[in-house]
Design a protein around this ligand. Sequence first.
Ligand SMILES: Nc1ncnc2c1ncn2[C@@H]1O[C@H](COP(=O)(O)OP(=O)(O)OP(=O)(O)O)[C@@H](O)[C@H]1O
Length: 307
Amino acid sequence: MSAVEVSGVTRRFGAVVALDDVSLEVGHGELVGMLGPNGAGKSTLLSLVSGQRKPDSGVVRLDGRDPRDARARTVLGLTPQETGLPATLRVREVVDFVGGHYPDPVPTDELLEQFGLADLGKRQTGSLSGGQKRRLAVAMSLVGRPSVVLLDEPTTGLDVSGRTALWDAIREYHAGGGTVLLTSHYLEEVQALAERVVVIDRGSVLADDSLQTVLSRVGLRRVLFTARTGTPDGWERQEHLVPDSDTFVRELVTSGTEFRDLEIRGASLEEAFGQLVGDADGAGRAPRDTAATPTPALPGMTEGAAR
Ligand SMILES: Nc1ncnc2c1ncn2[C@@H]1O[C@H](COP(=O)(O)OP(=O)(O)OP(=O)(O)O)[C@@H](O)[C@H]1O
């Protein structure tokens, strides 16, 4: 039995088809990152898995049970995109209150320590910064020792150190056997945390595979080299995203361009994501390139650029 099972699910809001015949299974102990542009259907999917909404058609199961049944949700921890915290309650009181609903909650001190909130236990939640509120919201999803956690953009609004601390807490939870389904706009976050990536756009799943497979499916290579140019210092570092790096390099050599420090790497998740979503547009759009100066003379590029 899977931790999460979504099978042939469609969910509409009036004329908008938020999810269109979506199927997805998350096994126990998996950490799955869900990516998609705004309005793709990610939050809708989480709202179905957490039993807040009902699908128009299809089946949703949480640990084999209907998540609309409150008993099924005892295994679940959830951090929605926005969390309303009672402004006058203290941090410790909020955690105690939520933990009080579970048979074996994580001790409040331990949880606050883990999320870097130990010094804020006596503060009213209304006085917390946005990042501190976000950390508290994620901490609360883990207080009941859930076996499945849904995190909707868990680190939005956090600074770099806040994000790293939260990643550590998510990793620790997962290392203890916990199942995580998270959404993120930070590709870096999914790349850092997830073993499996689900790309969703306009209510459909475009890719669902291991991080490495999603990256290799895109088949783009990043070619970097330093080329001689007419600039004052005579050399310029260039970076190109190409579908066929062998052909690119062969043609670079025969073009007579003088170059050094050649490097060839796989594409990043950002580029993979850009291409998957671009292809679904039917536009065959090449991924975003980071470079500034086009280099039309160079061969074999989807969209040439240099920097
Ligand atoms: N309650 C609602 N009423 C009407 N339309 C809705 C409702 N909730 C979601 N939608 C629509 O369903 C589609 C999917 O929205 P959803 O919030 O699931 O996307 P998302 O991938 O989570 O986006 P984001 O990354 O911006 O959070 C969007 O077109 C959205 O406007």
